[in-house]
Design a protein around this ligand. Sequence first.
Ligand SMILES: [Zn+2]
Length: 350
Amino acid sequence: MKAIRLYGAEDARLDDIEEPRTGPGQVKIHVERTGVCGSDLALFQYAPVPNEYRHPLFGEEGPHVLGHEFAGTVVEVGDGVDSVRPGDLVAVRPNVWDGTCAACRRGEPNLCAEFGFVGINGGGGGYSEYVVVAEDQAHRLPNEIGADAAAMVESTTVAWHAMKVSGAGEGSTALVIGAGPIGLALLLCLRAQGARQVVVSEISESRRALAAELGADVIDPRETDPAEYARSVAEGGVDVSFDASGVGDVTLLPALNALRTGGTSVVVAQFHHPVPIDPNLFLTTEKRLVGSFAYTDEDFQEVVDAIVAGTIDPRPLISSVVPLENTVDGAIRHLLGTGRNTEVKVLLAP
Ligand SMILES: [Zn+2]
């Protein structure tokens, strides 16, 4: 089968590799759609993990197949599998955990000491025609939902978990900095949860337009100070804020300054530089700055349920669908270049 594997920095190749075999308790999926994630772009640019390294839960050397945001049709199930059948549409929860460490025992498997992802650390990946995963990773959706929406479950769940971490709910006010796939998914999740007002700060005009269509109050941070604006629309500031851009102090500090006293700001983007923060900012305000990482199986099912119920429709975020053969130039290099400002979510079609 065809697969895109990462050999090193700036070196991803279209290979012909053996199809994975289905074992007991496993599900074989024909991949229909796979999202290209910002973390895939970072893996392509820096390839931070050497191919010789074996992740403890996968035990495989690289080069690994990329792609952790994927959905497709079940083609085969192993012994003991009863929750899905061949022909079912499934979205795959790609993260795995050991189930035994302190975090797992606390009920926070997303923070497992040995967390890993199919499509990053081994186990095949969505940048290929077939993937075999454990039954509990394959979440069924009605076939009429379609693979486009199903492939968006993963990135939407990153936002869903961040929203839960923030404590936002019915009537909340929010500031989202950055209208990329995660920022826009946050907007969808907050709206689905009954948030009263969501301000989205974004430089790109096309992404701002999409955020406005999806119900946000949009600002261009080059013209309007996000913190000042948030304090003007919500008395004393917003309840919650999210940095979904990871740019640096120019995004994280406004996210904190936009909060009301006791408000919560969530880091949901990867930063590439440290940001200096004055701890006194928290002393007299009881503001909180917290992180959000990945999601649990429960989060994943909640997003599947919201999409099936129609309270979340992530399809407007899909800006292009690219054939698997054209992944490196048509998706990865494109997104690292001019596509950065014109695309939102690019899906591959294996
Ligand atoms: Zn664990």
